[in-house]
Design a protein around this ligand. Structure first.
Ligand code: ARG
Ligand code: ZN
Ligand code: CA
Length: 259
């Protein structure tokens, strides 16, 4: 498909403690980051090292809070649900009203984002394309969502949302979740053998965990699909763009979002 794709988003805020009931402004701050990062309008695009600027990509995907709910009624694109659950393990209970959460809106028409208190030190998690509709979407911990309110350094720049939506759009971690023999199925990200947890000052070059031979490059810890701190991340690549946009071709697993 050509041109800009716009994905309607519903954010399901699931809260027990009042602080978990994040504001509409905080929700919008996350949408704004998604739009900046997927259009390469991020203010830190100039921090991408020169050797990677040539593959840095405007993915041409945008996000808007849904204006119409599944019944055809006007909505601000945010649902709010009080729960007696004080924290959710990564078992998808937040995705069903029967287990203390909120049911997904039809995944064929909306990107569902659940915001809640996730147990442990998990920033967020996502479902890849092709999975069950009832659990399709991404989950983000309320402390790592958007850029204001409860957003907590060093994960307070909304990049957990960018990373999880990357998974929702079929991107793997840049290290392929394995050693140097395992690729992320994207040609223009250098091989990496392990995640990088790079923090400020994001010094370049950082680790070079794999030798690609001729044209060897250091790890692209600046990629949104690594594990660096939010302030060290600043790009998707052209190869990642192609992988994401392929989902929207006729018959593809995300094509129905275009209707
Ligand atoms: N660990 C999570 C995942 O694999 C999210 C990592 C997000 N990183 C960040 N800097 N916000 O999906
Ligand atoms: Zn991930
Ligand atoms: Ca390398």
């Amino acid at each position: 498909v050509n041109g800009t794709i716009t994905i309607p988003v519903v954010v399901h805020v699931i809260y027990n403690a009042p602080a978990e009931n994040v504001s509409a402004a905080q929700v919008q701050s996350q949408i704004d980051v998604l739009n900046d990062d997927f259009r390469r309008l991020n203010g830190d695009a100039s921090s991408t090292p020169a050797i990677f600027q040539g593959v840095a990509s405007d993915v041409e995907i945008e996000f808007c809070l849904a204006a119409t709910d599944p019944n055809g009624n006007p909505t601000d694109g945010i649902t709010r649900t009080f729960t007696s659950t004080t924290s959710f393990p990564t078992n998808d209970n937040m995705k069903f009203s029967a287990t203390g959460g909120t049911d997904a809106w039809p995944a064929s028409a909306y990107l569902n984002i659940w915001v809640c208190n996730i147990s442990g030190n998990i920033l967020g998690y996502a479902q890849f394309p092709g999975g069950p509709a009832a659990t399709d979407g991404v989950v983000i911990d309320y402390q790592y969502f958007g850029t204001i309110g409860t957003a907590t350094p060093p994960f307070d720049l909304g990049r957990t949302g960018t990373h999880e939506v990357g998974h929702y759009l079929n991107l793997r971690h840049v290290w392929g979740d394995g050693g140097c023999g395992v690729d992320d199925l994207v040609a223009d990200t250098p091989l990496a053998g392990a995640p990088n947890y790079t923090g400020a000052p994001c010094s370049f070059p950082g680790p070079n965990t794999c030798d690609e031979g001729a044209g060897d490059q250091p790890d692209m810890f600046q990629n949104y699909m690594d594990y660096s701190d939010d302030g060290c991340m600043n790009l998707f690549t052209e190869g990642q763009k192609a992988r994401m946009r392929a989902l929207f071709e006729p018959g593809g697993p995300r094509a129905s979002l275009l209707n």
